[in-house]
Design a protein around this ligand. Sequence first.
Ligand SMILES: Nc1ncnc2c1ncn2[C@@H]1O[C@H](COP(=O)(O)OP(=O)(O)O)[C@@H](O)[C@H]1O
Ligand SMILES: [Mg+2]
Length: 366
Amino acid sequence: MEIQKEKILEVLEEIRHPETKEGIVSSGMVSDISYREDELWIGLKFSRANDPFIQSIKKACVRAINGTYGEDTLLKGHIQVLVPEPPPQREILPHVKNIVAVASGKGGVGKSTVAVNLAVALAQSGASVGLIDADVYGPSIPKMFDVEGKRPPARSEDGVEWIEPIEKYGVKLLSVGFFIKPEDAVIWRGPMATSALKQLITQGDWGELDYLLIDLPPGTGDVHLTMVQEVPVTGVVIVSTPQDVALADVIKGINMFAGEKINVPVLGLVENMSWFTPEELPDNRYYIFGKDGCKKLAEKMGIPLLGQVPLVQGIRESGDSGRPVTLSADTQSGDAFRLLSEELKKALNKRNAEQDPTRKVELTKK
Ligand SMILES: Nc1ncnc2c1ncn2[C@@H]1O[C@H](COP(=O)(O)OP(=O)(O)O)[C@@H](O)[C@H]1O
Ligand SMILES: [Mg+2]
């Protein structure tokens, strides 16, 4: 049988790519036609590896050739598909030594307060520290650092977009709160919220950091899953009050993080509002939410208790005024957070010595 290249090109040009509507020859998709030992070979070039029409165009080629030259001629299996190499995946946060998520079972237990003061205490100890406010439903970090209304500058470098964190009190900060009005936060649901978080993580120009803390929304939800999928979280710290109702949700949180599916090490618990101490009676302790609730739970679950933080008016005031209490050198509350930061460092060192680095979690949909 006589095979002419021109004829084959003519036959193939009849096939159009369903998206571009262009003939596959004139649009340059047919990269090669060769005839070897009575067999025809065709090279088909696609501009993307996930082109949904690869199979159907291959089949259309076989049909067209067989339609012209007869069923038992030539071609079967001789169409070579060429697709571009996928771009190399950018390594996420390559210069960050420890990524620590701060989580809680319930809202209002002081998760942000702990995250903020931990960040300041770590920075005071000479470490380089970043803090991501991932509480997309109630971002409070801008207020607690007195940087509300700031807009982190963006820049583009070699086609990559970067967001420059805001620096305050020696801590690099990014919050979804910088990009939305507080009253709009409630409309941030599901995909919008998680994609905003992804941007803060992957596009933040964090540079070299010893610690990157992530203030998560309360509970266990989409944002948590996004986070463990986007970044290799070194470990999680869970904040709770000693109250029974709060502790029930802590157990849920621990089970989620430590569970087989996610498997991010739980570094320890932080008990907040452990007792109330009035300014004028500094030696008195009133156990308003119960005594040692987190301590007992930590013992029961075999995880460390990293610290106990008292309920102190100054902590609340410093949060509201945007000057974390830990900035003051000589307060009892500041000392509690400094002690906590030292315990966190120990827990991280132990974890890093004993366990492999965390990998990003790959969740498969059922
Ligand atoms: N140890 C504490 N002593 C006094 N007030 C606190 C303490 N921890 C948190 N607060 C206050 O409780 C409120 C809730 O704390 P926040 O950190 O915003 O909680 P979460 O992030 O868990 O929702 C804030 O007004 C905060 O200032
Ligand atoms: Mg909060």
